[in-house]
Design a protein around this ligand. Structure first.
Ligand code: NAD
Length: 273
């Protein structure tokens, strides 16, 4: 788009791309949640921008070995009894606007790098999202990879002081579902995200530097399949030159305006029929 283009023109252009798309995939990063009060890593107020990037070559400290079977039970319980630090964080206008797109039948799939559970809290249907790096609200069986609601586990453990958290499907041990740097990616979620990205006709990136791989391969897969690209991010990304339209501004302000414009265009279309 030309340099003369106003924000309203760009919003209208992006909205028309969404209206015309048949398989829209939205891809979100930590930037969509900063307006909910969660700092990102590499943005202007990001944790790494302010405090430096951690050295991932250093070995992670080994967890303290349990000294007795009772100690092992206690440690396994403690992981899930602690209250989450993320309690009270709420989705913002950008999360709700994406959920609106889904209600309107305009969202095929959502891929998120975020672990904050805010997309599901905003009403996104669980079978239309891949959370590539896990979710603070979910535990996972180390054997069969079944997911469990952490709050539910916590409630059961508080009720029954002898209970050890384990999978009701296969008896495997439970762990947090969050993917740490160096951990393997969740197989099903990553595969589904790749398939959806390869099959979409429009990919809308919101709040990501597109630097963390393999998550950041999704725009590459979409472009390889001929999909169009919209990028909304405060700051540059390596994919900017491939985007048909790019917004450098706040997700919580711009995404709702785009979705509002989508609604208007769809209403205008209905009136003309
Ligand atoms: P990132 O920190 O690399 O990039 C975030 C980008 O969003 C930055 O360019 C920043 O300028 C931009 N941004 C910040 N606020 C914005 C806003 N209001 N509107 C639009 N853009 C905004 O994040 P990433 O690309 O997602 O990769 C970092 C990794 O960190 C991910 O793997 C993710 O799992 C993890 N992480 C997640 C959370 C979360 O769940 N909320 C928070 C921090 C980090």
């Amino acid at each position: 788009m030309s340099l003369e283009t106003t924000l309203e023109d760009k919003i209208d252009f992006a909205a028309r791309l969404i209206v015309d798309s048949r398989r829209l995939v939205v891809f979100t990063g930590a930037g969509i949640s900063t307006e909910s009060g969660l700092p990102d890593f590499r943005g202007p107020e990001g944790l790494w921008t302010k405090h430096g990037e951690p050295d991932f070559r250093r070995r992670r400290a080994e967890p303290e070995r349990p000294s007795t079977p009772e100690d092992a039970t206690d440690k396994a319980r403690q992981v899930f009894i602690q209250e989450s630090r993320w309690t009270g964080v709420q989705p913002n206008a950008a999360h709700y606007a994406i959920a609106d797109l889904q209600k309107m039948g305009k969202l095929d799939f959502l891929i998120s790098q975020n672990i904050d559970n805010l997309h599901l809290m905003s009403g996104i249907s669980p079978d239309t999202i891949s959370e590539l790096h896990g979710n603070v609200a979910k535990a996972k069986c180390v054997q069969c990879a079944k997911y469990f609601d952490r709050e539910e586990i916590r409630r059961k453990l508080l009720e029954d002081k002898t209970l050890v958290p384990s999978c009701d499907e296969c008896g495997g041990a439970m762990k947090s579902s969050i993917v740490d740097f160096g951990d393997p990616m969740p197989f099903n979620e990553t595969r589904e995200a790749e398939i959806r990205s390869r099959n979409c006709d429009l990919l809308f990136v919101i709040g990501s530097t597109l630097l963390v791989t393999p998550a950041a391969y999704m725009p590459k897969y979409a472009l390889e399949s001929g999909a169009k690209l919209i990028i909304l991010n405060m700051g540059e990304t390596p994919f900017d030159r491939f985007a048909l339209v790019r917004f450098d501004g706040k997700a919580g302000e711009i995404v709702p305006k785009i979705v509002e414009r989508v609604k208007e265009i769809l209403r205008e279309g209905q009136r003309d029929e």
